[in-house]
Design a protein around this ligand. Structure first.
Ligand SMILES: Cc1cc2nc3c(=O)[nH]c(=O)nc-3n(C[C@H](O)[C@H](O)[C@H](O)COP(=O)(O)O)c2cc1C
Length: 194
């Protein structure tokens, strides 16, 4: 019989994000972040390519990105509400980790698998932050997908993408949980050969 880790299982069964706009100071310090980043880097990675990297955004880096989102949004002709939404996630935050999908050349392993691994890094970081008692939220928004924004703001190379901005801070509110999927509707059980 397996030996359950009851606390870990209970965490996974009840975990939920905290909306980024409800996060506040105190924001995590370097010593707080290091174990979370270490947990995130301990992510399944077919072929051990490490097809991801992390950019920790704090202090002046965040208002700079907020201003860049305003400028890029205007240059792209986005409507003001959309621009504000793109910019606000940086303007309101005191700590975010950009998880960058950085696929490595490989004859064997597809870019899709490498991108999936970057998504897994996002969830591992999110869960590590929540398990450590922080509020955390995985956001993207249009800036994550704007090549001009990510090149100028984050120094991404061609072929790299933002898999997520993981905002981490102190929670000020825990809004009600969202409805969770109907397991029966998304799961098939196949036990028979025909
Ligand atoms: C790739 C990805 C990008 C997301 N981007 C956003 C976003 O830009 N804005 C937003 O409100 N939620 C976004 N979400 C949704 C939230 O991160 C999250 O799913 C929701 O808050 C519920 O999370 P929970 O299941 O951990 O409680 C995104 C989720 C994923 C997986």
């Amino acid at each position: 019989m397996p030996a359950p880790d009851a606390a870990a299982l209970e965490f996974l069964l009840t975990r939920r994000s905290r909306p980024a706009k409800t996060l506040a100071a105190p924001w995590p310090e370097t010593d707080d972040l290091l174990p979370l980043l270490t947990a995130a880097a301990r992510t399944p990675d077919h072929g051990k390519l490490e097809p991801w990297r992390l950019i920790v955004l704090r202090g002046g880096a965040l208002p700079r990105l907020a201003a860049l989102a305003e400028a890029r949004g205007a240059a792209l002709g986005l409507d003001p509400e959309r621009i504000a939404k793109g910019s606000d996630q940086f303007a309101r935050s005191g700590c975010a980790v950009a998880v960058i999908s950085s696929p490595k050349p490989s004859e064997k392993l597809t870019e899709v698998e490498q991108l999936l691994s970057a998504g897994a890094v996002c969830l591992a970081l999110l869960n590590a932050a929540l398990a450590a008692g922080w509020g955390a939220n995985w956001l993207t928004g249009w800036p994550a997908h704007d090549t001009g924004f990510v090149a100028e703001g984050l120094g991404l190379a061609a072929g790299e993408r933002v898999a997520g901005f993981i905002h981490i801070g102190s929670e000020t509110a825990a809004p009600p949980d969202r409805p969770r999927p109907d397991l029966a509707a998304i799961t098939e059980w196949r036990n028979n050969c025909c």
